[in-house]
Ligand binder design. Structure first.
Ligand SMILES: [Ca+2]
Ligand SMILES: [Ca+2]
Length: 242
């Protein structure tokens, strides 16, 4: 589940990820700056990390951080990651490494191999270095009408196998580039480790079915990926056209 807020021309249903045009011709986006050489449009991806001890006190760990954002621009013919209950693919080895350690190398190798194999992925991006939470990561991404979707992930850390991300966000949904899209981030479990607290020892196991993090109340504050009573999210990702 992702919650979207789209400025100006379009609104995206929170649960069905269905695009619904609600704008009129009078408030269409301004003309995008398309790079004449590559045909790409640039967006700034801002990852606002709002996970903090005051809002998520139960067993809040020391050294709270998020791993370097890693992802790709792509078309609708490929699944970068997707929860099991939304027609998902199993957690890949690369996503497992990201979710358990924050290292992006294996995931990048998978994306690169998929790009070369079937051409459904365009640009692959990764930041270097983790960022303390609260904090912010930013990344410029380039999209084209052939590859208008973006997916990206980051590990919440320390944690057993938990991560946040955006997936299949279409910035050119109906023949226009969106100005800005905001996604509230729920916490996901890659289902590749059985630990139930942020600092649990490694406990290999799971069926690789990506699902929202839910634990007992004395383990963490999370139920369905958000704070079980306040509904607070651990962060947001904002895509804004440059
Ligand atoms: Ca798990
Ligand atoms: Ca594992």
């Amino acid at each position: 589940m992702m919650e979207y807020k789209v400025r100006k021309t379009l609104a995206i249903s929170a649960f069905a990820l269905t695009l619904v045009a609600c704008g009129s011709d009078s408030n269409k986006s301004s003309a995008p700056k398309v790079d004449p050489g590559s045909g790409t449009v640039s967006y700034t991806l801002t990852f606002k990390q709002t996970w903090n001890q005051t809002d998520f006190p139960t067993n809040f760990p020391g050294n709270p951080h998020f791993s370097p954002l890693v992802g790709a621009t792509h078309n609708s013919q490929v699944v970068i990651w997707r929860p099991a209950n939304q027609g998902g693919a199993k957690t890949t080895a690369g996503l497992e490494v990201v979710a358990e350690t924050g290292s992006t190398a294996t995931f990048i190798s998978e994306l690169t191999a998929a790009k070369q194999a079937d051409g459904h992925i365009d640009s692959i991006f990764a930041r270097s270095g983790a960022t303390n939470s609260p904090g912010t990561q930013t990344q410029t991404i380039k999209l084209s009408t052939q590859f208008p979707l973006v997916s990206a992930v980051s590990m919440i850390a320390p944690s057993p196998d938990w991560f946040v991300g955006i997936r299949d966000v279409n910035l050119y949904p109906s023949g226009e580039w969106l100005d800005e899209v905001t996604v509230d981030l729920r916490l996901y479990d890659s289902d590749t480790d059985e630990g139930q607290t942020f600092t649990a020892a490694n406990q290999e196991g799971g069926d690789r079915n990506i699902h929202l993090v839910t634990t007992q109340a004395n383990e963490t504050d999370f139920n369905n990926g958000v704070h079980r009573t306040s509904g607070a999210f651990v962060g947001q990702m904002i895509l804004k056209r440059q």
